[in-house]
Design a protein. Structure first.
Lengths: 270, 588, 229
């Protein structure tokens, strides 16, 4: 009796688990990645779809077979026991061949999507923006008309006076025209080279729609590059536990048309 | 073999019998008891977390007394949420999942299953438990000091965990206590592993070759080999962390950090170094958590199917393969950490390869069920639940093993769902299975079967209801380790979180059935025969339940057979015990 | 009354290994039915103490492997603060003391074994070598402390620079383990002289293996310190 209840239950659970994936919603909430607005995102999304199909088939098959076998073979009345054809050797071979091949394929094919993000260097004419993550806000810096970034001095950081990056405009000429912003504003269709450093502890930069995530590691100058393909406002959230304000550490990526972006940049300079 | 290694003298005083006992059985029970306290604490912490996430302003009764600053009036502050979360993870991973399936059951049953009278080093064994207990006390002390426990998660990433109080509440004394507690835990764990390995290699009784050891014995042995090397790496990591905190060194803290408006007086350290050291331990650790459960579940299933697996030896080879591969994949926790992106691919490959032994095991379990005649009882039900959970939790690994997909899913609830299912729930189901199965041997009484089945079905439904939705949240990009969901894209997901919270409270309540069953059956359970499950392995051949202090009542058992002679004609029915000199009859 | 820590008298004598594999019965004829399905394996000469010490040494090796890799990572990070420290000269003397201690301990071990085989009846010969080992071990420990003092006099403390940090950590962790070895050695010496808790061959062997490992480990650390720091 208990075996049959288990069998039915496990089948129900398996199907119930699959439904929100197929429906893309659970309790009315969308449970799917948001629309992709990046140039590399499609490769990632395709990879996810393939993986979902394979994982989904494996999951359903295993749970349904488990349910079926328990239904058939638990607490039977007598009956000679038969062995699964092929025995253990068959299982080993199946596992190696099918799973090994599938997994290799996922790994090899998936590496392309990874390479698009991480192996390709930023274009030489990409828009350079610096990002600083600190407890508990993101700040972004544009080089200004002179095209050069000023020096950063952690000891000169003075948030009360909006000197988030610790610039020294009195003594450092390139720093004078640097534009600091609490939001990341970029023109659509242009590659952005985001250079990242951490002010205090580890943080991370995550924009779901961009299919981008990268840790800020104190002591390391890291970077990501991306091209946004759709105008709009998207949330940037911190995904590396950084302290009590981690849940609240966010900013916005605003993607504008080229003209709007130029206007914005000019307005920031003044 | 054991002729020349005789047992320690039978203890007489209460202290020697039940407190500072050299007897591996008592030590096993002590580990189990400690794990029970830890799991209840960890579970209560998770309830508080879940309630806070969906009802942020709700006062939690009694919490205001524990921490006036962390939970004024019982309302959890953002930092306190993270502090509770850190303690939840630390307690569960170290004091529950490393203790219960491995130290508790392993200590109790490994010596008996190989026919020994005790572990190789009983005094080390006693020291090992009490050292674990000290580590537990040091950790719990963090609740009661200064700002409270650390908030950097059980992973304790530097520099958040290394710079000290400037980084936030709990990061002063609490974090140091955490580092010291884990350091002490490592010592205890190393002593335990040493004991397991030496005992398995040297104390097997006559006729007990390695190939005749039951699969669960092998699981404990392999786990102790992994554990030995893993904890030996965590120890220096914790040492370096504590030195960074109190001695001004800069192993993990780079120069020029402006934390809390103070420039930290450190330079040149590498936060990535902490991550490498931690995960070099951390990944094998999750296999330390799951392998004993794999062994327990396989062992119990074989007994209840009344015939061997298609090949229990292949299962053992799979466990060895997993153990070996576990040391090659730690970087998959660090794909986005800033390490060389080429290394990501290097780590991804063996991570995907682990699917192969895991699949072989699953196929063997399923294939062995085919054509069998599985006896259904609480223990075997939890074994079936284990298989289901192991598969569910395992397939989400397909996603996370690929760096390109990890770009999206890293640090989301997808990861949290993955490890809770495949490591947390699955291992706990293994522990439950082991409890129902071995309770008669440990106490001489049976656990109540009706309560056991209720416990199982409610837990199966409940844990799926909690953790399956985590994956959906992750796909939506729900970031983890958030104490509140205020971002634009998170607010619509709160109904899902409410569902999960109800499921968590429901599942937690269901565990009361188990606690009640444990206590009730201990005193009023139906008396058990010596071998109620008709099982072949040596623990069922002891002259009494619980076994006498030297396990075999002065006898040295001799082993004549492979471990799983089921489904054969014999004088006892359909099985031949390993210690029975009887010839194995024809297959039934 | 035998305990798990103390074998019957016979074990103190030299034990001839008796391996028998395959075939029915062997030494256990009286326990088995004739022609039964048996594969009784006779006593192996493996002793848990010897296995235990190798297992423990594996763990210690792993700890130092982790510390070594930490050193390499730190040096390789390329920060300007990686510098160079002169190793105090006394370290070479300490190394010599530790290696000599291995030699004296080996002599002690052989003399103890001879004593156990009743070839030698004078306790004082093995005790001399054991004491010599203990003395050399203490010389090492004191010498390490003097090395630390030397560094301090040069203004090199634990947090001063990464090189000094690793110096103190590596030598410190090593010397703590050496102190453990000295503890084990004094326990062995106590048992050697005790009538109620006599020393076992395996305990003596285990103590020696541990000691030699500390020596080998130290030579390795000297090499790393010299090469890297």
């Amino acid at each position: 009796m208990g075996g049959k209840i288990f069998a039915v239950l496990v089948v129900i659970i398996a199907i119930a688990s699959a439904v929100p994936i197929i429906n893309h919603t659970f309790l009315g909430a969308s449970v799917t990645p948001p629309e992709d607005i990046s140039t590399h995102g499609k490769a990632i999304d395709d990879q996810m779809s393939v993986t979902m199909a394979e994982a989904g088939v494996s999951f359903l098959a295993a749970q349904l077979i488990l349910g079926l076998f328990v239904w058939q073979f638990a607490n039977r009345k007598g009956g000679a026991t038969k062995k699964f054809p092929g025995g253990a050797a068959a299982m080993v071979i199946v596992a190696f061949l099918f799973v090994g091949a599938e997994v290799l394929a996922l790994g090899l094919v998936g590496s392309k999507a990874w390479a698009m993000v991480y192996f390709k260097p930023a274009a030489a004419d990409a828009l350079q923006v610096q990002a600083q993550a600190g407890q508990f806000a993101f700040y972004f810096r544009y080089p200004g008309p002179d095209g050069k970034f000023g020096q950063i001095h952690p000891d000169k950081i003075d948030e009360g006076n909006s000197n988030f990056f610790g610039l020294d405009p009195e003594n450092d000429i390139p720093a004078r025209d640097d534009i600091t912003s609490g939001e990341l504003v970029v023109p659509v269709g242009k590659e952005v080279h985001l250079m990242m450093h951490a002010k205090d502890v580890g943080h991370s930069f995550y924009v779901r729609e961009l299919r981008i995530q990268q840790d800020f590691v104190p002591g390391l100058d890291l970077s990501v590059h991306f091209t946004a393909t759709k105008v709009g406002k998207y949330e940037i959230v911190c995904t590396q536990l950084c302290g009590l304000g981690h849940y609240n550490m966010k900013s916005y990526l605003t993607v504008m048309s080229q003209e709007d972006y130029d206007k914005w940049l000019k307005s920031q300079s003044s | 073999m054991s002729d020349h290694v005789a047992v320690h003298a039978a203890p007489t005083s209460f202290i020697r019998k039940y407190v500072f006992s050299l007897d591996h059985k008592i030590i096993g029970l002590q580990y189990y008891g400690l794990a029970l306290v830890a799991v209840v604490t960890g579970m209560v912490l998770s309830w508080i977390m879940r309630v806070h996430l969906v009802w942020p302003n709700a006062p939690i009764p009694g919490l205001g007394f524990l921490s006036k600053t962390g939970a004024p009036g019982g309302v959890v502050t953002p930092e306190y949420y993270l502090q509770l979360m850190t303690m939840h993870g630390t307690l569960m991973v170290f004091f529950v999942l490393t203790n219960a399936p491995f130290a508790a059951f392993g200590n109790y049953f490994l010596p008996i299953q190989i026919g020994a009278e005790d572990m190789a080093f009983p005094r080390f064994n006693m020291m090992s438990f009490w050292t674990t207990f000290v580590a537990f006390c040091v950790l719990i002390a963090a609740f009661f000091v200064g700002d409270g426990p650390p908030l950097s998660g059980w992973t304790g990433y530097a520099p958040l965990s290394a710079v000290g109080g400037d980084a936030g509440p709990g990061q002063a004394v609490g974090q140091s206590l955490w580092g010291i507690s884990i350091f002490i835990f490592c010592i205890a764990s190393l002593l335990g592993s040493l004991n397991f390995i030496a005992t398995t290699l040297d104390l097997r009784t006559k006729g007990m070759t390695l190939s005749r050891m039951p699969i669960v014995t092998w699981a404990w042995f392999i786990t102790s080999c992994i554990s030995l090397l893993a904890f030996a790496v965590l120890m220096p990591a914790c040492l370096l962390l504590v030195l960074d905190r109190i001695a001004g060194t800069s192993f993990f803290i780079p120069a020029g950090l402006n934390v809390g408006d103070h420039i930290q007086p450190h330079q040149g350290g590498s936060p990535l170094l902490w991550q490498h050291l931690f995960w070099f331990f951390g990944h094998p650790e999750v296999y330390i958590a799951i392998l004993p459960a794999i062994g327990i579940v396989s062992h119990i299933l074989i007994c209840n199917m009344r015939r061997n697996m298609l090949s229990h030896k292949v299962l053992i080879y799979c466990m060895m393969a997993i153990g070996f591969l576990s040391y090659m994949v730690w970087g998959h926790h660090m794909f986005l950490s800033g390490m060389n992106p080429f290394s990501a691919l290097v780590f991804s490959f063996p991570t995907l390869m682990i699917t192969i032994p895991a699949t072989i095991m699953t196929l063997i379990w399923l294939g062995s069920l085919y054509g069998s005649n599985l006896r259904i009882n609480s223990a075997s039900l939890f074994c079936l639940g284990f298989i289901s959970m192991f598969v569910s939790g395992g397939v989400s690994g397909f996603f996370l093993a690929q760096p390109s997909i990890d770009i999206y899913l890293h640090a989301t609830y997808f990861v949290v769902g993955h490890f809770h299912m495949v490591m947390g729930v699955a291992a706990i189901m293994g522990v439950f299975a082991g409890t129902y199965f071995w309770f008669p041997k440990m106490t001489g009484r049976m656990m109540n079967e009706t309560l056991g089945r209720w416990h199982f079905f409610l837990t199966l439904i409940g844990t799926y209801a909690i953790f399956m939705p985590f994956h959906y949240l992750g796909l939506a990009g729900n970031v983890r380790r958030y104490s509140a969901f205020q971002d634009d894209f998170l607010v619509p997901l709160i109904p899902v979180h409410k569902f999960i919270t109800y499921a968590a409270l429901f599942t937690g309540a269901a565990q009361l059935i188990f606690i009640f069953n444990l206590i009730y059956s201990r005193f009023k359970g139906a008396p058990a025969t010596a071998n109620p499950w008709e099982c072949t392995s040596l623990e069922w051949s002891t002259p009494s339940s619980p076994p006498p202090f030297d396990n075999f009542g002065g006898q040295h058992p001799v082993v004549y057979h492979d471990p799983y002679q089921y489904g054969v004609k014999s004088s006892t029915g359909d099985y031949v015990m390993q210690t029975s000199p009887e010839r194995v009859g024809e297959t039934l | 009354m035998t305990t798990i820590l103390q074998p019957p008298q016979a074990e103190l004598d030299h034990e001839p290994p008796q391996r028998q594999t395959g075939g029915p019965g062997g030494n256990f004829r009286n326990l088995a039915p004739a022609g039964g399905d048996l594969r009784a394996i006779a006593d192996r000469s493996g002793e848990p103490t010897r296995t235990g010490i190798w297992v423990g040494l594996a763990a210690i090796a792993m700890t130092f492997a982790a510390l070594t890799s930490a050193l390499y990572v730190r040096e390789g990070s390329g920060y300007a603060d990686w510098t160079h420290i002169e190793l105090p000269q006394i370290l070479w003397f300490n190394t010599l003391a530790l290696i000599l201690g291995s030699i004296t301990l080996e002599r002690a071990r052989h003399r103890v074994a001879a004593f156990m085989r009743n070839e030698e009846h004078d306790r004082s010969v093995p005790m001399f070598w054991l004491n010599a080992t203990m003395a050399l071990g203490l010389v090492f420990v004191v010498g390490q402390y003097l090395a630390w003092l030397r560094l301090r006099s040069e203004g090199l403390y634990l947090p001063t620079n990464p090189n000094s940090s690793f110096f103190y950590v590596l030598t410190g962790v090593h010397v703590i383990h050496v102190l453990g070895g000295l503890g084990g050695l004094s326990r062995a010496m106590f048992k050697f002289r005790s009538a109620t808790h006599p020393l076992r061959r395996s305990t003596m062997d285990a103590t020696s293996y541990y000691w030699h490992f500390m020596g080998v480990l130290w030579v390795y650390l000297m090499f790393i310190l010299w090469l890297k720091l």
